[in-house]
Design a protein around this ligand. Structure first.
Ligand code: UTP
Length: 294
């Protein structure tokens, strides 16, 4: 079996209902964080973690995502004629970033189902999953951190972060074994999807970065759909934890839920403050605004 993590699945077939009307005809994954679409931030994260093949799990109205990573000869030609070399290089860099494949999820039947759609493109090897609307910023990046743990431990590993009690019901929540060695990771004992406040004491949420062994596919194929007809990734991770074992890794990075309006705006401010050209004027604007809001 191939042991290196060299492929990643990016589920991007969701309807993006939290972003209606903006997401009605444009995939939310194409919305820009400053000047890069969300999907580019995520593909770049995967590529810097050593991944060379990206499988986009797409749906209807998502063809612009495939086009974004393809060549655009007309644009390249125009930029070349206008001597806009740096823009030309950037446009060409994007189309050479990775081997980008896409598979269709014909109905959005849940995240687990989306991952299962990529099975034939992955085959029998470990792989990463990066949710198409979660933007993270860290050095090394979160996928790299997970791949490092996987390489040492040879076990499926998922990123976890502590959230406020009031946020617990929005996430898959992991209950883990006590960790006497104070390692950054611990074994998952139980997982609950969007628990009610009295259902768990844990506040360890899974925000959307994973490395799995291919065993997850066998589990996903045999899973029964939830009451809403969805195949839940959380259910499959729990089964994997009970058989092969799954590690929960407390990652070190800034994280933005860019599929949510507030998360999206915050990500734009944070990345704007890191951007070499707009950082200073943006800082000035924020300071002036903060004064007026006092
Ligand atoms: P979300 O639930 O955050 O995305 O799924 P959504 O369904 O697009 O958005 P809302 O909640 O209606 O606003 C997390 C990720 O999983 C993908 C989504 O595209 C998103 O990137 N997903 C979700 C799929 O690919 N297929 C699914 O069936 C469900």
């Amino acid at each position: 079996m191939q042991t290196k993590v060299r492929k990643a699945v990016l589920p991007v077939a969701g309807l993006g209902t939290r972003f209606i009307p903006a997401s009605k005809a444009t995939p939310k994954e194409m919305f820009p964080i400053v000047d890069k679409p969300i999907i580019l931030h995520i593909v770049e994260e995967a590529v810097s973690a050593g991944i060379d093949t990206i499988i986009l799990v797409t749906g209807r109205h998502k063809t612009s995502l495939e086009e974004f990573f393809d060549r655009n000869y007309e644009l390249e030609d125009t930029l070349a004629k206008q001597n806009k070399d740096h823009l030309l290089k950037e446009v060409q860099r994007i189309s050479k970033l990775a081997n980008i494949l896409s598979v269709r999820q014909k109905n959005p039947l849940g995240l687990g189902h989306a991952v299962l759609c990529a099975q034939s493109a992955i085959g029998d090897e470990p792989f990463a999953v990066l949710l198409g609307d979660e933007v993270m910023y860290g050095k090394p990046n979160v996928t790299e951190q997970l791949v490092n743990v996987y390489n040492k431990e040879k076990k499926s590993t998922v990123a976890v972060m502590e959230v406020d009690q009031s946020e617990v019901s929005k996430y898959g929540i992991a209950e883990t074994k006590k960790n006497p060695g104070k390692m950054e990771f611990s074994e998952i004992e139980h997982l609950i999807e969007k628990p009610k406040p009295n259902e768990t004491k844990s506040r360890l949420a899974l925000p959307g970065r994973y490395v799995f062994t291919p065993t997850i596919f066998k589990i996903l194929r045999e899973l029964k759909p939830s009451k809403l007809g969805e195949i839940q990734l959380t259910d499959a991770i729990l089964k994997l934890a009970q058989t092969e074992g799954v590690l929960a890794y407390s990652f070190n990075a800034e994280r933005f839920d860019a599929g949510d309006r507030l998360g999206f705006v915050t990500a734009n401010i944070e990345f704007g403050l890191k951007h070499p050209e707009i950082s200073e004027p943006l800082k000035k604007y924020i300071k002036e605004k903060a004064e007026k809001l006092k």
